[in-house]
Design a protein around this ligand. Structure first.
Ligand code: FAD
Length: 485
């Protein structure tokens, strides 16, 4: 028989491995692995696994009527495949390629060795137009757009005669309970929910997509909000692309949808780069920035992680993302900028913390984006966000801030951005206590010091050397590229 190994592709439609398994002569089993070693990796968070667990449950609701189901197996991939290859006569394992961290790459290499030993063929399919083993990205964009236009696979299912014994690789009861209890503040998992979000985006929410894209409050409904579904594969990029591109509401939302489709392209563009070099999880894109020294004050880091810096918008964003798992792009960028520039912390001090908070954690986007905002890629313009200006521009009435920082609710609107300006008398007048901290740094001075540091370092010979190389590579790669139409 064959085995379909699900990874970040938790859906029943537009699924190559499931289609090939269904049309092959052999029976097939579908498995999803929860690996104890993965739970130890610093990017792991229970919320990610809860989302995957419920996505698998959603798949099973669709598959059970056809006599198929996804078997969740708890154990290390190598051990599970060793056991399965002894218990069954396995011809092929089918999966998507995983453009993940070094840990998943190393795991895949170990698994591949087992397959070789057992004479099992491992068929790995391209995921969302991301190519493995390419020397450069010339014509990559063109191929990606061609893939997005390809016919969507309509998967069909027939029953399987095989099964995995209930007791084999069983989830520990305690973990299962934790997975069942996914907090309701998170976006709910699964293919059905993915389509609900996409549908409501095109049927109304998306009209103000670009107008509110930078606003922490309004963007929660005007943005697509399909990122967790794309990250864990409850929907393919191609499904999302075609749905929005051909939607009857496109003519009246041309600009908004164009921006949205461009971002789907960015999604894969980032992952493609990470596929080629996953060391960006640990090392600066431009090695010249490894020479930078940081203060890395543990108290500052702890305040940033818990939303207690005394800077209202920064704290509101962090508390919001801890509770809900989502915040818009600009606020993610500001959180990183504040950590790396104002608080003078190395990007590696905070990168896993946010990875754990984002329900849509996608290594191929997360690590490069984090580095871009930290200013260590050497090719992108370094932006140091002033958190007070961001606050006044994007949450002028403090609606978002007051929602997430209840200590600031009694403050008058105009004072919510800089609560430290309130006099003792005013505090008494508004009945305000001291529960909200004073800012842990002088924002203006820290911003200036950060600008001097990061722009000064741009001239470092090592940074220049690598910058030239990176730009040369970019230019070569972009020579024949095409933008969204
Ligand atoms: C520090 C930092 C870390 C980030 N980490 C992640 C991550 O782990 N996973 C993730 O999916 N996105 C990440 N992003 C990108 C972006 O913030 C999210 O994709 C976006 O906020 C998701 O919300 P949405 O689905 O409503 O996006 P929409 O604006 O509706 O866009 C549609 C889709 O396009 C893609 N997309 C949007 N913006 C970007 C972008 N700037 N780069 C690449 N793809 C994009 C996403 O898949 C998104 O779902 C990160 C950004 C920053 C600054």
């Amino acid at each position: 028989m064959n085995i379909v190994w699900l990874k970040r592709d938790l859906r029943t439609q537009d699924h190559d491995p499931l289609q090939v398994a269904e049309t092959a002569d052999e029976d097939y089993l579908i498995i999803y692995l929860i690996e104890p070693s993965h739970l130890e990796h610093p990017d792991f968070a229970l919320r990610h696994l809860q989302f995957c667990y419920h996505s698998v449950k959603d798949m099973n609701e669709r598959l059970t009527p056809y006599g198929q189901q996804v078997h969740i197996c708890y154990g290390e991939a190598v051990e599970i495949f060793k056991h399965l290859s002894e218990a069954y006569n396995i011809k092929q394992v089918l999966s998507y390629q995983e453009s993940g961290t070094r840990a998943t790459w190393v795991r895949d290499k170990a698994v591949s060795k087992i397959f070789e030993e057992k004479n099992i063929q491992w068929l790995q399919f391209q995921r969302d137009g991301i190519l493995r083993g390419i020397a450069n990205r010339i014509n990559w964009d063109k191929r990606w757009y061609a893939q997005m236009e390809e016919v969507i696979i309509e998967n069909t299912y027939s029953s399987s005669e095989h099964s995995i014994e209930d007791q084999q690789f069983k989830l520990p009861a305690e973990l299962e309970l934790q997975l069942e209890n996914m907090p309701s503040a998170f976006q709910q998992a699964g293919e059905s929910k993915a389509w609900q979000y996409l549908k409501s985006f095109c049927e109304g929410r998306g009209a103000d997509y670009f107008k509110y894209i930078s606003k922490p409050e309004q963007s929660r409904s005007s943005c697509g909000r399909i990122s967790p579904y794309l990250a864990w594969g409850c929907i393919s990029i191609r499904q999302a692309y075609q749905y929005v591109k051909t939607h009857p509401t496109r003519p009246q939302n041309k600009r908004a949808y164009k921006q949205f489709l461009t971002r789907l392209h960015w999604h894969c563009h980032f992952i493609q780069k990470f596929e080629v070099d996953c060391d960006y999880e640990l090392l600066c894109v431009n090695p010249g920035y490894e020479a930078l020294e940081y203060e890395n004050n543990p108290q500052h880091l702890a305040a940033w992680k818990t939303g207690m810096t005394g800077v209202p918008l920064v704290d509101a964003c962090m508390r919001c993302v801890i509770t809900t798992g989502w915040i818009n792009f600009r606020m993610r960028a500001m959180l990183v900028s504040f950590l790396c520039h104002h608080l003078d912390c190395d990007w590696r001090e905070g990168v896993y913390h946010l990875a754990q908070q984002f329900l849509d954690y996608e290594p191929g986007i997360h690590f490069p984006q984090f580095q871009m905002q930290a200013g260590v890629t050497g090719v992108n313009t370094v932006r140091i966000y002033n958190p007070i200006k961001q606050s006044k521009d994007h949450d002028p009435e403090g609606v978002f801030i007051k929602k997430w920082v209840p200590e600031l609710r009694p403050f008058p609107e105009a004072m919510v951005h800089e609560p430290w300006n309130l006099t003792i008398l005013e505090k008494q007048f508004y009945n305000i206590d001291d529960s909200y901290p004073e800012p842990i740094i002088d924002i203006t001075a820290a911003g200036q010091a950060a600008r001097d540091k990061i722009w000064g370092h741009k001239k470092h010979p090592e940074v220049r050397k690598y910058r030239r190389k990176i730009i040369e590579r970019h230019t070569r790669n972009r020579k024949f590229s095409k933008t969204a139409n």
